[in-house]
Design a binder for this molecule. Structure first.
Ligand code: ADP
Ligand code: MG
Length: 739
């Protein structure tokens, strides 16, 4: 019976001894039987999962190690009993006494009143919800141990809804603090507590790291986890809470090390992979493109272009432990590029993408460019058609809304190689799309793209045992600490200069009650022939509410600007309508565009010189910065108005003030990281849950440094240990890190 009713046995448990595992899980399910009505004796093979089991899985608690790493939120202290007279008001405490009175009162509300007494004093227990079982346990004469917060009530000191249990005079006190775990409504605390305790016993927590590699002073992992789950009575509570305790440090170190190891491993693995070697011919497509552009590249654009070209055109270096080159001559293969191109909004990433595409196409390889939304993809498509089609490059356009014959035709052109450049949304990587020779994939706004999609893209070349080169573009700069940890396997190119002739956007912060003034400004701007964006926030909980907001704003503004064309753009519009609205705005026939955040990225309308962002307090700073980048694209001085709904907290005010103070995307990203943590930058890379659950990049820099030093050593000299360590921590997510 290796099918544990609590969770499937981890692979390692098979080795550790299936018997121990079966016993532990039987205990856990017995615990379940006590708490809930589950009646698992010997689970039949395909045992239906109980509600708490399903709830546990939902929380990601599948393997023993997952449970072992599910740490308590706080602790209840059941290790001591306080005399009633000494129990301070308003603080959790455990007392013990004999029930002297117990009756149901019916006056204002039906309630159970119980008076207990110890040698020092008496205390009233008050229950507004109760069952016959309560009355039974709390019958006169019973001895009970009670936990709650005493307070002074009308009838003397009382506890409302305390926890209680019947005890004998010699019932021992708990030896360690009682953990209270984060849980959900379907998962009773008692059930979870038992499941964790059982998992902790059987989880394979033996030391896998070679002696001498763990920083001095840190306990073994098993000991650390035992302490964190079951701290002894009187344990240094503060250290356990503020995470400076050695047990915490050990856990954080483990986590950082796993993360560094997996990054390094995928970096080394990638170094062994091969991509087509591309070449830039003098006088070829790239030179012709540069000559045809209506502007000169900035110095920063030139620099990142050479960095990219160097990647694409560098022959594969066969290392000693790698397989021999697949091709006849070493000149045929390159190491796949894995590069992030970051640059502030408006810094001119698209033209860099066009140049990279031109290198690939000129070498006879196709290029795919994908963007997360149809709108954004279309912006690229327009530019690329404008620049590359006159030079004879066939360009295909693939999105979800393109169906039927038009789509079939595009797919055909991609398969035949007639279309050398393919632009679109994730429709580009559907299974039915086959590339003749995909050499380069460019992904815009990579942090918004799913990991699965990036993997699918890379598989497009798998049949040829080659990888496409990968270029990711993002306007959300990655702060240095993040680049070091999460993106250690990524080369980064940065465009740190805007094209000339831009006037910086002036940002103003207004309370919402000054809306009238703002509308007046809009009227003035429109009278001057300018165009205006009005951005409504995305309300995450409710798409309907979201839409309603935007619709209302649209109605109000239409009324305020009778002579003007006011458009409405939101996520629910069918793509064709979205495109029609956009085309009107881009074409200048529409003066005011009310939009939800669908315009977040990529829209390029130089004549738009005013943007109003409603409920600016609900946006992330980086998001605000991206939005703001939609204006200030022409020669006219532009203004961005951040409207907020008061009252704002001090941090809330600071955040908006930061927006007004700086136009520097890096500085904003840095502040955003401080305020919101790394989630914002990670997107799907973390597939739902944060990769770092315990460590904190800012706080744990010294541990990170130690992990960074140890990782290459382990990977080279202790491969087995390194692998075991990564598996323990990352399991299936390790795969995802390679994407
Ligand atoms: P982003 O980096 O935000 O994607 P874009 O590629 O959309 O920026 O470029 C913004 C605008 O600047 C576009 O209209 C683009 O054609 C223009 N542009 C790009 N590079 C230059 C340059 N070197 N000089 C002048 N204009 C440029
Ligand atoms: Mg762009």
């Amino acid at each position: 019976m290796s099918d544990s009713p609590v969770d499937p046995p981890p692979a390692a448990a098979a080795k550790a001894g299936a018997k121990a595992s079966a016993k532990a899980s039987a205990q856990a399910s017995a615990g379940a039987g006590a708490g809930v009505k589950a009646s698992v004796k010997s689970a039949p093979k395909p045992a239906a999962k109980s509600a708490p089991q399903r709830a546990m899985e939902k929380l990601g608690l599948r393997r023993d190690i997952d449970l072992a790493l599910h740490l308590p939120l706080r602790f209840d202290d059941e290790t001591q009993v306080t005399p009633i007279a000494d129990a301070p008001d308003g603080e959790p405490v455990q007392v013990e006494g004999t029930v002297r009175e117990s009756h149901i009162e019916l006056r204002s509300r039906r309630q159970l009143l119980v008076r207990i007494e110890d040698d020092s004093d008496s205390l009233l227990l008050r229950f507004l919800n109760f069952y016959p079982s309560h009355q039974k346990t709390l019958a006169v004469g019973a001895r009970v141990r009670v936990r709650g917060e005493p307070r002074s009530g009308f009838f003397g000191r009382e506890m409302v809804h305390p926890q209680f249990k019947a005890v004998a005079t010699d019932t021992p006190l708990a030896a360690s603090l009682t953990p209270v775990y984060p849980t959900s409504a379907q998962l009773p605390q008692a059930y979870l507590r038992k499941a964790v305790a059982a998992a902790l016993q059987r989880a394979p927590l033996d030391e896998v790291l070679p002696p001498g590699t763990v920083p001095a002073g840190l306990p073994p992992l098993r000991q650390a986890l035992d302490q964190l789950h079951h701290p002894p009575a009187g344990a240094a509570g503060a250290a356990l809470q503020d995470h400076s305790h050695p047990a915490w440090q050990r856990l954080k170190f483990e986590e950082l090390l796993a993360q560094q190891l997996s990054q390094l491993a995928s970096q080394r693995e990638r170094a062994r992979l091969q991509a087509p070697l591309l070449r830039q011919r003098p006088g070829g497509l790239v030179d012709r493109l540069l000559a045809a552009l209506p502007f000169q590249l900035t110095a920063a654009q030139q620099r990142v272009c050479s960095e990219i070209k160097a990647d694409l055109c560098r022959p594969h270096q066969a290392d000693n432990d790698g397989p021999p080159p697949l091709a006849q001559g070493p000149g045929e293969r390159a190491t796949p590029m894995h590069r992030l191109l970051q640059g502030d909004v408006g810094s001119g990433k698209t033209v860099v993408a066009a140049i990279a595409a031109a290198v690939a196409i000129d070498s006879g390889w196709q290029c795919a460019l994908m963007a997360p939304t149809e709108l954004l993809a279309e912006q690229h498509f327009r530019k690329l058609v404008q620049w590359l089609e006159p030079l004879g490059v066939g360009i295909a356009w693939l999105t979800g809304s393109r169906k039927g014959r038009a789509r079939a035709q595009m797919v055909e052109q991609v398969a035949s190689g007639e279309a050398m450049l393919v632009v679109g949304t994730q429709a580009v990587i559907q299974d039915s799309v086959h590339f003749a020779r995909l050499g380069l994939a460019i992904i815009d706004e990579q942090h918004r793209f799913g990991v699965a999609q990036r993997l699918a893209l890379r598989r497009k070349l798998a049949q040829q045992s080659l990888e496409p080169h990968l270029l990711m573009m993002s306007a959300t700069p990655i702060p240095r600490t993040l680049a070091m940890t999460y993106f250690a396997d990524l080369d980064v190119s940065t465009i740190d200069e805007l094209p000339p002739g831009r006037t910086p956007v002036l940002t103003k912060v207004f309370a919402d009650d000054r809306r009238g003034q703002v509308v007046q400004r809009i009227i003035e701007a429109v009278a001057l022939g300018r165009q205006v964006y009005w951005v409504c926030p995305l309300i995450e909980e409710s798409e309907t509410l979201d839409l309603q907001n935007a619709t209302e704003a649209h109605a109000q503004l239409s009324a305020a600007l009778p002579g003007a064309t006011v458009g409405l753009l939101h996520g629910r519009l069918p793509p064709a309508e979205k495109a029609a609205v956009m085309a009107q705005f881009v074409g200048g026939q529409m003066q005011l565009l009310v939009a939800t955040t669908v315009i977040e990225v990529g829209v390029d309308v130089p004549n738009a010189s005013l943007m109003v962002i409603e409920h600016a307090e609900r946006f992330g700073l980086s998001q605000l910065h991206q939005l703001r980048g939609r204006v200030g694209r022409g020669a006219v001085a532009s203004v961005c108005v951040l409207l907020y709904q008061g009252p704002l907290s001090a941090t809330g005010k600071d955040r908006l003030r930061a927006m007004a103070e700086t136009n520097d995307g890096f500085e904003i990203a840095r502040r955003d990281l401080e305020i919101r943590g790394p989630g914002e930058f990670m997107g799907a890379r973390q597939s739902g849950d944060a990769l770092l659950r315990f460590a904190d990049l800012a706080e744990d820099a010294p541990l990170l440094q130690q992990a960074r030093q140890l990782a290459p050593l382990l990977l080279t000299h202790h491969t087995v240990a390194a692998r075991a360590h990564v598996l323990r921590w990352l399991d299936t997510r390790a795969d995802f890190l390679k994407a």
